[in-house]
Design a protein. Structure first.
Length: 506
């Protein structure tokens, strides 16, 4: 029953479902041109900045689609990005195509319940088939998986350089938070480098910074959440002082408070003092006299990385300070920016320093690297890899088509629709490559009919063996795409009415 304060959309039942299908199709068409190594980018221009990207999740965040059902489609892309890091466009294209192919059955009043039951069966078939398509794992796959993830990004022409950087950066570290990415505007993309240890940009400095040491061997590290400067009194504060002695007592108390904090830090043996709060002129000069380097207003994430790396807990009370240590601290010029570096032989940490012509390019470089890092992390964890280039989708399509031929009920129509829908990924890849997509699909159907399951789309030969081309993807990427796409489609098929609350209408 619909409450009195609610207003229903005029589209209900079948028209409502068809409306949702058309809305998803619009989103898929919008994203299709971004798929694969030859996919295009989208440029978003706002008052404050420009964003250039071909990442599906990023595009959906920036593009405001009004239709309610599109939010479900966008959410599966966001979750794919958050949990897996890759496949954000593929999951949208596949889910949309499932519905598009089923549209004719829905128009002909095919029972929705039977469609949903068949989709559940097909999903389980696909997930089981992925286990048969896995390749025997070896460590060289890591580099190729990283390169494949970068193939569709701005870094595709430098994929070998950055693929090695990603794998070498993540392979030895125990905690992913110890891998950092820093952006330095200026210079060539190829000048980007991987450095051992923690690196972060030099923070705002105060008088006395020039006298502090810029290189320290085996220093003790203190990580603070303490403000080491005098505070101005709040507005309308009132102090009643009756004599010069009282004034002296008041001033001396302020001096004592800050000096006690500084002396406690110095007595801890710390030679590098980092705080997320300001460290003022007096404290900077005080530390300089004792041969201590200090830096205030350190970014929260950078301070947490240093804390884990140096085993130096972040403290808010100098009386209970515990210091960590590293092998080397030094400040180095990178481009036009100075960076603080901490290195240790006992604790592994890495930092990727990105170079590029402007912040817009650097932001897209960072997004691309994050996707590759997530994919490599997944392979390191599960050690499961299969071929890419649309080969998996074609093999699943072939399997579903064969299962449909063996089906003795009208459910074979659903099998046929889903088998055709899986071909959308290699079809769009071929389109974006600029080759004959229909001819490509026909050739791939023939190969996969005879279980040559490693064949996919090739921009030079139309089709080729993806194993020999070293195009690999994590099994978990495909597994998550299939789960998410089927679940989203089933959720939409069960919707026959949109209800708008009064707040939404107003």
């Amino acid at each position: 029953m619909i409450q009195a304060e609610q207003i229903t959309d005029t589209r209900e039942g079948k028209p409502q479902l068809l409306s949702n299908i058309d809305a998803w199709k619009e989103v898929a068409e919008y994203l299709a041109s971004t798929l694969g190594p030859y996919g295009s980018d989208k440029m978003f221009v706002s008052k404050d900045n420009i964003l250039i990207t071909n990442d599906g999740a990023t595009i959906l965040k920036r593009k405001n689609f009004e239709h309610p059902s599109v939010r479900i489609l966008a959410s599966i892309s966001f979750n794919q990005d958050k949990t897996i890091g890759d496949g954000t466009t593929s999951v949208v294209l596949l889910a949309s195509e499932f519905l598009q192919k089923l549209k004719s059955l829905i128009k002909d009043d095919f029972p929705i319940k039977e469609i949903i039951d068949t989709l559940h069966n097909i999903k389980e078939m696909c997930l089981n088939k992925l286990n048969d398509l896995k390749l025997e794992y070896n460590e060289n796959f890591l580099y190729k998986v990283a390169e494949t993830a970068l193939n569709s990004k701005i870094l595709k022409y430098h994929k070998e350089h950055f693929g090695k950087m990603v794998v070498n950066g993540i392979k030895e570290i125990e905690d992913l938070s110890l891998l950092g990415i820093k952006k330095v505007p200026g210079g060539n993309i190829k000048e980007s480098e991987l450095v051992e240890g923690i690196a972060f940009e030099k923070c705002f400095t105060y008088a006395g910074y020039e006298q502090q040491p810029k290189k320290l061997i085996n220093p003790k590290i203190a990580c603070l959440n303490i403000e080491l400067e005098w505070k101005a009194e709040k507005e309308n504060a009132e102090l009643k002082i009756n004599s010069v002695e009282e004034y002296d007592h008041f001033v001396n108390a302020e001096w004592k408070l800050i000096n006690d904090k500084l002396d406690e830090i110095i007595s801890s043996g710390a030679k590098v003092v980092l705080s997320k709060l300001p460290i003022g002129d007096y404290a900077t000069q005080y530390f300089a006299k004792h041969g201590i380097f200090c830096s205030g207003r350190v970014d929260d994430l950078d301070l947490k990385r240093v804390s884990v790396f140096a085993n130096a807990p972040i403290t808010s009370n100098s009386s209970y300070l515990t210091v960590g240590e590293c092998d080397l601290f030094e400040e180095i010029q990178v481009g036009k920016t100075r960076f603080n570096f901490l290195k240790s032989s006992s604790k592994k940490a890495t930092t990727i320093i990105l170079r590029g012509p402007c912040n817009t390019v650097l932001d897209e470089l960072e997004r691309s690297l994050n996707d590759s890092i997530m994919v490599v992390k997944n392979v390191l964890k599960n050690k499961e890899v299969l071929c890419g280039g649309g080969s998996v989708e074609m093999q699943l399509s072939s399997m579903i088509r064969k299962a449909g031929n063996d089906c003795r009920s009208k459910a074979f129509l659903v099998y046929t629709c889903i088998a055709q829908a899986f071909e959308i990924i290699p079809f769009i890849l071929a389109q974006n490559f600029g080759i004959d997509a229909i001819a490509t699909i026909q050739l791939l159907r023939k190969k996969h009919h005879f279980d040559e399951y490693t064949f996919g789309v090739d921009n030079e030969k139309m089709i080729s063996d993806m194993r020999s081309k070293c195009v690999f993807e994590p099994v978990e990427v495909k597994r998550n795409i299939i789960r998410a796409a089927f679940s989203a489609v089933i959720a939409i098929l069960e919707v026959d009415m949109t209800i708008l609350t009064r707040n939404q209408v107003e």
